[in-house]
Design a protein around this ligand. Sequence first.
Ligand SMILES: Nc1ncnc2c1ncn2[C@@H]1O[C@H](COP(=O)(O)OP(=O)(O)OP(=O)(O)O)[C@@H](O)[C@H]1O
Ligand SMILES: [Mg+2]
Length: 240
Amino acid sequence: MSADTTHLIAVRDLAASYGHIEALRPTSLHVAPGEFVTILGPNGAGKTTLLRAITRLIPSKGQVMFKGRDVTGLKTHDLAELGIIMVMEGRGLFGDMSVRENLQLGAYKLSGSPADMDRRLDKVFTLFPRLKERIDQTASSMSGGEQQMLAVGRALMAEPKLLILDEPSLGLAPRVATEILSTLGALNKEGLGILLVEQKAPLALKLAQRVYILSSGSVRAELPTHEIKSHHDLARYYFS
Ligand SMILES: Nc1ncnc2c1ncn2[C@@H]1O[C@H](COP(=O)(O)OP(=O)(O)OP(=O)(O)O)[C@@H](O)[C@H]1O
Ligand SMILES: [Mg+2]
């Protein structure tokens, strides 16, 4: 049995370029079932590129295994159907649509009944009660924090097996960022696999079981978070 079958997702030698710029050098990483993994790294390290390569939003080289199956050849929507769902940097909401409509659009290939849709909505509203209060408001009229909650909520509507998030706390007040990241922690405790790119290192490290540090397009370190005594320990990897 290959080691990959024990992983929720495993990428091997994933690499991506923009023209001549090699933004992501051959990179390998994995997330175990039920694991919370954080990727840290400075601006321009290739974090977004890595997530886009995994989810096939950009062309890349290398292999992606999901639950022991080679999914390298699949497209973004095929991966979404398998349960790999990403919350993108910048959120990607439909600004003129309501909270409800945005959430409904997230219920990817919902084959169930309207009752199933309601059950999913209820779950999101339990996690983010503020979305329920604003259910008929347009996405663009919501605050930054509320929009990020909506983006996460929309991703959850697809009932992901692996939730991938690109800096969900970007530009948010600390309290709102904490609220959103803590919710991710709660979801992980329920068994959801999470791959999070985050600059707010202290909080992300508290939630994650393992961290990868990416710098100049390569993984500089892979550490279990319990081994990190001080956030200053991490700085030396950043610009090495
Ligand atoms: N569409 C693009 N065209 C050309 N170069 C790009 C493109 N997107 C990213 N890059 C370059 O690739 C490198 C990695 O960018 P990426 O967005 O992956 O970094 P990041 O780690 O997510 O940074 P940040 O923390 O600022 O979000 C950077 O040097 C960036 O300028
Ligand atoms: Mg980025």
